[in-house]
Structures are given as C-alpha cells and as structure tokens.
Design a protein around this ligand. Structure first.
Ligand code: GLA
Length: 754
C-alpha cells in the first residue's frame, strides 16, 4: 500500500559511528569490522559478510532464489558455484520442497512452510517466485522476485551490519496487476540450516512469569511460537536461537533471530523431510488477510538474524550490542552518539500507592526519592479522569481535579526543585466503557457490530487502525507533553485483543487491522518523538507483554514483568537477556513481602538492590515507610550503581552461573573493554548441605592487564588478592566458598584495569 509507514533507516554516516561502538563492545579485532556484499554475476551468487559471519544465496537453474550458506565468516576469496536445486525424493517431495528457498511462494505443490501465500481475484492460488533483478544497497541488496506469470513482485531486502554480522531481512510485496490480491500469509524472511542435530532455544511465559528459556531438540515437524493476540504477548517472544548439538553457554555454533513486530506474529521452526531446518517468521497467518489493490504494496517487518561460534552467550552479546547501536532510539541529547544514555535511576509510585495518588502523597514520596539519589520520579496509574480503580477513566486523559486541584504543575515543579525529572503513566490504546471517551465514541473500539464486547480488566481496545483514533491518541499525548514538563512516559497496554473487527472497511478488507493497528502505533510513537525530541518512553504491557525489536525502535526501555520479587527476577532477567540488552531491562526494588504482584518472600534490601542493579535500576517501594538504615543502604548502593552503570547495561554480558533449573547459585558479569572495567553480581538462593559458592572464573578480561578488585556489597575471603592479572581472575578465579553462604544472599564487586 502506498504511503504506508516506513521504518526509519539510519544515515550511513551514523551507521559508521555506531559501528565503531559495536567494535569496542563485541568484536575484539577491528580487522573483522568490514562489511562486504558482492554479487558474482557468473555464478549468480549473492554474498554478504559482516562481523564473524557470512550469508550467501543464489539464483538456481530454475530461476529460484536458493539459500547457500549461513554461518562463520568465510575467506574473501572463497567462491560459491551456482546454486543447484536439491533433488526430489521419490514422487512425494519434489525438488521445490527440498530446496532451501529464500522466500517460497505457495504453489507448485509446496508442502513445507511458505513465505508467501496469496489468492488472486479469479480464485487462482498458485504462486511461484523467480528471480527478476536486483540492486545493490548501502549494506546489501534488494532482490526482486516475480511470479512466473502474474504481476506480483516481491522485493527481498538484505542489510548486513559490518560489525555484528547481523543481517536484517524483510520483503515488500507489490501488486502490479489490475485486480486485487489477498495476501493470506507473509513472512519477513525464511532462514535455513542444513540437515543436522540442533537444539532450539525460545522464550515463553505468562503474566508475572515471563522470560522462561526453553531448550529442546529440533525434531521432525514444526514447532510454532506465536502470538494471535494483536500484540507481542507475555506467552511467547519473537526470538529464537538454534544451537548445533546440545545447548552451551560459551561454545559452539548458534544461529539466532528476532522479529521486529509488535502485532500478531509467528515463527515456525521446521525440520523437514530430509532433516534440514527452516525458520520462517512474520505476520501470524491466523485470521490474516491483507488485500492489495492494484498498485499497492505491503512491507513486512524486519526479521534480524545472526551467528555466533561462542555459544548462547556469544549470540546474546552480539544481539545486545546491535540493539544498542542500531535499534534503540536516540533523544535530542544522544542524537549523534554511538549509544543511548544509560537510563536514569527512577522511582515509580505504583506499588506504594496504586491508584491512590494525590499531590501531597506524591510530593512526600518525591522528597524521599530525591534523598536516595533518584534521577527520575514517575507517577503511575490513577492521576486522570475518574480513575479510582481499574473500572473507570481510561480514555479521559485530563488531570483528576480532586487529586490534583492545581493540575500537575505543582508536583512537577516540586520534582524539578528536588533535582529529578518527571515521568507519567499512560495507557493510550485503551478505554474503559465507564469513560467520557467511550460514551462519545462507542464505535472506536475493536468490535464486531451486534456482538458482545469482551472486557478484560474492565477495558476495551481502541482501534488504532482508524485514522480518527490514531489522530486522537497523538493529539492528547502531544497536548499532555506540551502542557507539562514531562521527560518520560510509561506507556502501558493491559489486555489483548478480542472481536478484532474494523467495520469502517468493506468486509473483505477488515483483516488489515492486524497490520494497520501496529503500523499506526509505531507512527504515533514516531510522531510524538519527533515533536518532543527529548521525550523518553517505556514499553509496558502488564509487565513484559510487548517487548520486541519493533517497539524498541521507538521506546527507550521496557518493563520486563509485574513480578518484582528479587529472586524470581533473577531467572526472569536471565531469560530476558538471551534476547534483549540489560540497557532496556527496568528492575525496581519493591517492598517484601508485598501483596500486590507476587512478592511473597522477605529478602534484605541489599539482596533486592543487587538483583535490580543487574539491569536499569529503579525503586518502587513505599519508601515513606523505610527505616533510616534501609534508606542509607539504598542510597549507598544507588551511588555505587551510578559509577558503574554503563558497564552493567552496555557492556558485554557473561552469564557465569545461571539461576535456571533450581540452581542454588547464580552470577553475572559484564565487561566494558574500552573502559577496562568489569562488574560481577553473585547470588545464593539457599546454601545446601554445606556446599560453598563455586569458584567464580571470570571471562572477557585482558589476560595481560592488571585489575584491582573493589567491593560494591560483600567482602573477600581471606587470601583473595586485591590486584591480579586478567589471567588470574579468569583462570584461577575467585574462591568465596567460606565467606559467602546462607539464604538469599547477594554480593557484587568491580574490577578496574590499573
Ligand atoms: C500494569 C503495569 C504496572 C502498573 C499498572 C497500573 O499492570 O504493568 O506496572 O503500571 O498497570 O495499572
């Protein structure tokens, strides 16, 4: 469709600057940091090299685009012969099925997962895509395919990142015919691996229980991870990593990918009839149907893929650095910088006051927060409309006069006087039936006329696909941010879709809602940021229900879970970091026990602080009730965190000991090679049967350099050196077996290069 919102593409110059930062974080030798994309016209082979990986595909003798290679970087002089289709297997699996197609049309008897399936106006549903032409782009190629008879064109976009070797792939599907075509299934890309034994890693969860890492053998048939919910979902996340052989954190080949889409999505991992593996991902085909009228185009989301030979740890380090350099948005202050700035340490009112916010109470909390060294004060739900609980008010984005008789200004001024900036909670896409907005516009919600409208948390979903709704949302947000000095919005989204009707459109076109809703969400975020270049935004969806590389282009951070229990968070954060950088991983210290969000156990302030300090730190406790000792401990640790935060959130992450599978212990380490700094966190669940904490062997240090050890929390066992070489810390390691014991214990230290 013409004029559809396009993903912003960074300027080549900026790419260079970001790439340099990546080199510092991930790739030790700048020699590798060269992007090369070449087309061998004789063999008809396209090759893309970046970081430590290479990707190649070619035009085979039938004219199909066939994958040739994805893996470790090849020599520049290595040459691929022309692609040869795989033979058929008896009369049941044709060569078309067995050949790894770059982007297979459903036609010619295709039984494996198609990338594209369409129905033409005359009922024909056969689509066979052949190479037509290509152009070279700054970082790769645009390769045009066309159906063998009909004017359906598909342009495959390939962009290789020089430093990380991450390849961004997407497709533009264009109807150049005179009649409409319905797209019933459209992938962003299909990735192929040769026949072999592999382990699939993927993330699943539920509300307050997100980020469970699943590891299982890739078996015959298909493993589908997906969301049919209209948004990304807590239940599955659009990320995968496939390891050759069993999973290993530090060693071995891993191919990984992440889909940049916040609407319904699907990734299918398929082991086919000849043991080869294909990963196809894009729009979820369930209930999908996008009508392309004559001349219209559909541009799919981007599916990013990468390769590491350093196990799952290597894979996530590459992805984190890429996210920091190329995905996360920049504000006015960081527009030309290689990385976004580390997140301010926030205070959030939700667990302290829930909906009972008012001027005096928030001012009192703000004073307490400032005394701890907090950078940003965020007022959560409850400040607007007739919002006393979750039954009313969503949609009415005016300040509640009973709670804030003079508007938000006195509170915001107070927060500024205390040396913090101000953030506010909003849930723009939702409406309570008990609201002025719904009474005025009952037709603005997703619904099927004459059918019940299913409420969840007493709310309905506004149909952002409608331009009037889209403009209303941008309008009120723009007004709110223009009239108040707001540095940050916590953008929430507290339910999934039901009855996804869009009755403004003819029946055949209504399923476009799956694409247009999310496109308009991105458009609103993008326009709002353009109008307010200093504004920062968090993506929250009842915790981690909308975390993906699509929303992360427009949001500076995410709320990983409503579960703020510090022990549960260790496992959640471990899972989260397989796909997403600690830079975006907000983590609050809350009260324990606390009856709101599953905070059932009692843990110390240092334990809670250190659990949260592994990501972007916040405090969400009722700090008015803290003892002076609690406040002093938190203040000391916030100050210590501020000193090392860039290393923690933007360094290379090593998951030294995983808390998964009931482990008694866990530990993480981050390294900023360019700053010569490393930070280590270690946790004990419960020491059992006298077992001491395992010797910690660090990673990623310069073996020849000297590092001094200093404590953030905890103490050394007698005999531990305060200065030693990187080789010592990595090979000999650090023994804590006698000094670090007990239940729910935590310690943290830093190493600084001398
Ligand atoms: C969601 C969020 C919470 C809080 C509440 C407010 O559950 O995840 O952090 O903002 O909404 O209603």
């Amino acid at each position: 469709m013409m004029g559809r919102f396009q993903f912003p593409r960074r300027e080549p110059l900026q790419m260079k600057a970001f790439s340099f930062a990546l080199a510092l974080l991930v790739v030790p030798t700048l020699a590798l940091a060269q992007n090369a994309s070449r087309f061998d016209s004789g063999a008809k082979v396209f090759r893309l090299d970046g970081g430590a990986s290479s990707y190649a595909f070619g035009v085979n003798g039938r004219g199909e685009l066939q994958q040739l290679y994805w893996g470790g970087r090849l020599d520049a002089n290595d040459k691929f012969p022309q692609a040869r289709p795989k033979p058929g297997w008896a009369s049941f699996d044709t060569s078309y099925n067995n050949t790894p197609q770059e982007y297979a049309g459903w036609g010619a008897g295709l039984f494996v997962e198609p990338a594209l399936k369409v129905t033409f106006a005359d009922g024909n549903r056969d689509l066979v895509l052949h190479y037509e032409s290509h152009t070279s782009t700054a970082n790769g190629f645009d390769v045009v395919l066309k159906d063998i008879a009909r004017p359906i064109f598909v342009t495959l976009h390939y962009a290789m990142d020089a430093e990380s070797g991450i390849l961004g792939r997407s497709a533009t599907i264009e109807n150049r015919g005179a009649n409409s075509v319905t797209v019933e299934q459209a992938a962003a890309a299909a990735w192929a691996l040769p026949a072999g034994q592999y382990t699939l890693n993927y993330l699943t969860g539920r509300w307050a229980g997100e980020w469970t890492l699943n590891q299982e053998e890739v078996r015959h048939g298909a493993r589908v991870i997906e969301s049919r919910r209209g948004s990304t979902g807590h239940q599955s996340n659009p990320w995968f990593a496939i390891q050759e052989g069993p999973s290993n954190e530090n060693h071995g080949s891993v191919w990984f990918g992440a889909l940049a889409w916040s609407g319904s999505w699907r990734i299918t991992v398929e082991k086919d009839q000849l043991d080869a593996v294909r990963v196809t991902g894009g729009y979820n085909p369930f209930d999908f149907g996008y009508v392309l009228k004559a001349g219209e185009k559909l541009e799919t989301p981007v599916f990013y893929g990468g390769y590491s030979r350093e196990g799952l740890g290597g894979a996530s380090r590459i992805l984190h650095a890429y996210e920091i350099a190329h995905i996360l948005p920049r504000t006015a202050a960081t527009a030309n910088q290689t990385a976004p700035k580390p997140r301010p340490v926030i205070y959030n009112s939700w667990e302290a006051t829930e909906f009972r916010v008012n001027e005096a109470g928030q001012m009192a909390l703000a004073e307490k927060a400032a005394a701890l060294g907090i950078d940003r004060f965020v007022m959560d739900d409850g400040w607007f409309g007739q919002r006393k609980d979750d039954h009313a008010g969503l949609g009415d984005w005016y300040v509640n006069k009973e709670k804030f008789p003079n508007g938000l200004k006195p509170l915001i001024d107070k927060v500024h006087t205390l040396g913090m900036d101000f953030g506010l909670w909003v849930e723009p896409e939702m409406v309570n039936p008990d609201s002025d907005l719904f009474r005025a516009h009952p037709d603005w919600v997703l619904h099927f006329p004459g059918r019940p409208e299913t409420e969840q948390r007493n709310q309905l979903v506004l149909n952002l696909a409608r331009t009037d709704v889209r403009d209303y949302i941008l309008g009120f947000l723009d007004k709110l941010v223009s009239e108040n000095d707001i540095a940050f919005l916590k953008w929430d989204y507290n339910r999934n879709w039901s009855e996804p009707g869009w009755d403004q459109l003819p029946a055949a076109e209504q399923k476009k809602v799956y694409v247009s809703f999310t496109d308009n969400l991105y458009w609103i975020l993008s326009e709002l940021r353009k109008k307010h270049p200093k504004l920062e935004i968090e993506s929250c969806s009842g915790g981690g229900g909308r975390v993906d590389l699509g929303i992360l282009r427009y949001t500076d951070e995410v709320w990983p879970s409503d579960n703020t229990d510090p022990f549960d968070r260790l496992t959640q954060q471990d899972g989260f970091t397989y796909a997403y950088t600690p830079q975006v991983m907000m983590a609050w210290v809350t009260d324990s026990p606390h009856d709101l969000e599953h905070q059932i156990r009692v843990t110390s302030i240092p334990y809670r602080m250190l659990s949260s300090m592994q990501g972007s730190l916040g405090i969400g406790a009722d700090i008015a009730k803290w003892t002076p000792e609690d406040a002093a401990t938190a203040k000391r640790l916030i100050a210590a965190y501020h000193q090392v935060q860039p290393t923690i959130v933007q360094g290379a992450l090593y998951r030294l000991i995983s808390p998964r599978d009931g482990s008694e212990f866990s530990a993480t380490q981050t390294v900023r090679a360019d700053k010569g700094q490393s930070v280590v966190f270690a946790f004990i669940h419960s020491t059992q049967e006298g077992r001491g904490f395992p010797t910690l062997k660090l990673q990623g240090l310069d073996p020849a350099a000297e590092y001094s050890l200093s404590w953030i929390e905890g103490k050394a066992q007698p005999g531990t050196p305060t200065v030693a070489s990187g080789a010592w810390w990595m090979n000999h390691g650090i023994d804590f077996s006698d000094s670090f014991r007990g239940d729910f214990q935590a310690m943290a230290f830093r190493l600084d290069k001398k």
